[in-house]
Design a protein around this ligand. Structure first.
Ligand SMILES: Nc1ncnc2c1ncn2[C@@H]1O[C@H](COP(=O)(O)OP(=O)(O)OP(=O)(O)O)[C@@H](O)[C@H]1O
Length: 245
């Protein structure tokens, strides 16, 4: 049995950024058909190699645009890397853009089933967890209201409540501890901490070095798509605070 929960091997991710100034969709389609669209290549990640041992909680640090979210999306399978591969050992739950998969015209209840099925839950499982999800979100009164009438904080709360109702072995967190108001933030951090206690492996992006130091035992620094440093939280946090000061 592998002691690693995640293995990232030679991962690079290239985006094609359009260089064209196209005036209309028609113009764009014509140019695309004629092969006249021009792109700039942009490498958001370059030759990333690391592995995460089971039970490690790894903070991912880096300035805006460093590639943190892209890396989490590659590991979660949202993006296929341009080169390289990712191996996972264990059930993974990604908490990325919470509620991004909601259907605005459907109610809270309908979206619980829809979003739950997107996360791979069965109907029976959602039936058994429905009350718990609604209670945690504190949106009891809004379950019959279409999600388009929710505030963005309410959508994130519902998304968080649905996604965290399972017990994953690998948890991928992108800034989700900043969802909702101060009260919900405290509650969601407590919930994540209780998952940590059960020995889950965590990859965690946060702009708060203080939060990473509190929650993680390891960390990495990404800079312009490259892995600058990876190791125990103490020395990495020190290196990062020198970078940002
Ligand atoms: N779908 C995409 N198409 C084109 N470029 C993208 C796409 N997604 C990300 N990028 C680019 O890749 C780079 C890394 O973005 P990413 O969101 O991973 O950074 P980040 O470290 O998470 O930043 P932040 O701290 O601002 O959230 C950025 O320059 C961004 O513009």
């Amino acid at each position: 049995m592998s002691q690693n929960a995640i293995e990232v091997n030679d991962v690079s991710m290239k985006f094609n950024l359009s260089r064209e100034k196209v005036d209309s969709l028609k113009d764009y389609i014509f140019k695309a058909i004629k092969g006249e669209l021009q792109y700039n290549e942009f490498w958001a990640l370059r030759d990333i190699n690391f592995s995460v041992e089971k039970g490690d909680r790894v903070g991912i640090l880096g300035l805006n645009g460093a590639g943190k979210s892209t890396l989490l999306k590659v590991i979660s399978g949202v993006f296929k890397p341009t080169t390289g591969s990712v191996k996972k050992h264990g059930k993974m739950v990604p908490l990325l853009e919470l509620g991004a998969g909601f259907e605005p015209q459907y109610t809270g209840t309908e979206n619980i089933y829809l979003y739950g099925s997107m996360l791979g839950y069965t109907k029976d499982f959602i039936d058994s967890k429905y009350e718990e999800i609604v209670k945690f979100s504190e949106l009891q009164k809004f379950m019959d209201v279409p999600v388009k009438n929710y505030s963005s904080g309410m959508k994130s709360r519902l998304g968080f409540s649905i996604a965290t109702v399972v017990e994953p072995q690998i948890l991928i967190l992108d800034e989700v501890l900043s969802v909702g108001d101060a009260k919900f933030r405290k509650k969601s951090e407590k919930k994540i901490m209780s998952m940590f206690d059960s020995g889950v492996t965590v990859l965690f992006v946060s702009h708060s070095l203080e939060q990473v130091m509190r929650l993680c035992n390891k960390a990495m620094i990404l800079e312009k798509g490259q892995l600058l440093a990876y190791g125990d939280i103490g020395p990495i946090a020190e290196q990062y605070s020198q970078m940002i000061n």
